[in-house]
Design a protein around this ligand. Structure first.
Ligand code: NAD
Ligand code: LMR
Length: 337
């Protein structure tokens, strides 16, 4: 009952959990026992487009699976232990990765690189071997580097398909809608703000000028709003005071993006959202991955949209984004090379 009500609530509030297509899919979560993994598994269990949920972690996934499996939706759920990664991946069409350590106060996302780079590389190598045609959604930070790591790892294995590797930047889009709603009075669910670039600090570029409520905001209010969108993650890290970073809002954002991808994979047209993918938009400046609006379709990335007209302030934000983003991408590449 709760699950049905929760699913109805989610779809009514966000348009994210659409059920417009009947086909269903096996989804795996790697890192399912963690702060994001647990609520994400819950939300995927109540997504009608997920037929089978495969929950893997180096600790705790069978417990999460047993718990989530009691929810009265149709999908099957199975948990896998540390030595069962291959079984967890078999037949998965979509693989969501929130495995890795989160920030503590005073850390940047790049400070997580030393630990998370090898976790993500090793998981990607297994995906390349067991489920080479799967769509891979990476949540683990630093996303600006973990995505190039996944791409290079798959490339080395000869199975990299740029249409199927996604950095999940949906939390930035969710925050932009929410924070703009707070200052302008607009309803966040109808407040679409494209957020382009990458996923950390100055690489996060909100395009407020492309929203009717956002384009009138200027001066100090504009600066504060942009800062809040770019550094929203810090707010949560600070408030959690050593206990981690955003988990609940991230689980929501991860489930929202997964549902969008599933709708695209199932043939729904016009599913468009920002995501960090291999992109030609700024490749001439050495930036091989970039988040902009992407149409999701049966093969994953269907079409990458240009970023559109920018205000003078946004031109400056983009200028600041590109060199940082390039550094983060090159660091990821160098790790795998
Ligand atoms: P957490 O520590 O609560 O959970 C991480 C989980 O990963 C743990 O259960 C751990 O056992 C598991 N894990 C570690 N190594 C693993 C491996 N090799 N295989 C499978 N599982 C493994 O952390 P969290 O709060 O869930 O955050 C996870 C990651 O997501 C962090 O890197 C964080 O920075 C990132 N994050 C990204 C965004 C985003 O917008 N993309 C938002 C929030 C957090
Ligand atoms: C976020 O944006 O909340 C995440 O990337 C987690 C973090 O470290 O801030």
């Amino acid at each position: 009952m709760y699950a049905r009500s929760a699913a109805r609530l989610l779809s009514a509030q966000t348009r994210a959990f659409s059920t417009s297509s009947a086909r269903q899919t096996k989804v795996a979560v790697l890192g399912a026992g963690g702060g994001i993994g647990q609520p994400l598994s819950l939300l995927l269990k109540i997504d009608p487009l997920v037929s089978s949920l495969s929950l893997y972690d180096i600790r705790g996934a069978p417990g999460v699976a047993a718990d989530v499996s009691h929810i009265d939706t149709d999908s099957a759920v199975k948990g896998y232990t540390a030595d069962q990664l291959d079984e967890a991946l078999e037949g998965a069409k979509v693989i969501v990765i929130p495995a890795g350590v989160p920030r503590k106060p005073g850390m940047t996302r790049d400070d997580l690189f030393n630990t998370n780079a090898s976790i993500v590389r090793d998981l990607a190598a297994s995906v390349g071997r067991v489920a080479p045609e799967a769509n891979i959604l990476v949540i683990s930070n630093p996303v600006n580097s973990t995505i190039p790591i996944v791409a290079k790892t798959l490339e080395k294995a000869g199975v990299f398909d740029p249409r199927r590797v996604f950095g999940v930047t949906t939390l930035d889009v969710v925050r932009a809608a929410r924070f703009l709603g707070e200052v302008s009075g607009s309803d966040p669910k109808n407040t679409v703000v494209p957020v382009v670039g990458g996923h950390s600090g100055a690489t996060i570029v909100p395009l407020l000028s492309q929203n009717a409520h956002g384009k009138g905001i200027s001066g100090d209010a504009y600066e504060k709003l942009v800062y809040r969108i770019q550094f929203g993650g810090d707010e949560v890290v600070k408030a959690k005071d050593g206990a981690g970073s955003a988990t609940l809002s991230m689980a929501y954002a991860g489930a929202k993006f997964t549902n969008a991808l599933l709708r695209g994979l199932n043939g729904e047209k016009g599913v468009i959202t920002p995501t960090f993918v291999k992109s030609d938009l700024f490749a001439s400046k050495g930036v091989d991955f970039f988040s902009s609006n992407v149409e999701l379709g049966i093969n994953g990335v269907e079409k990458i949209y240009p970023i559109g007209p920018l205000s003078a302030e946004e031109e400056k934000l983009l200028e600041a984004c590109l060199p940082d983003l390039k550094k983060n991408i090159d660091k990821g590449y160098a790790f795998v090379a």
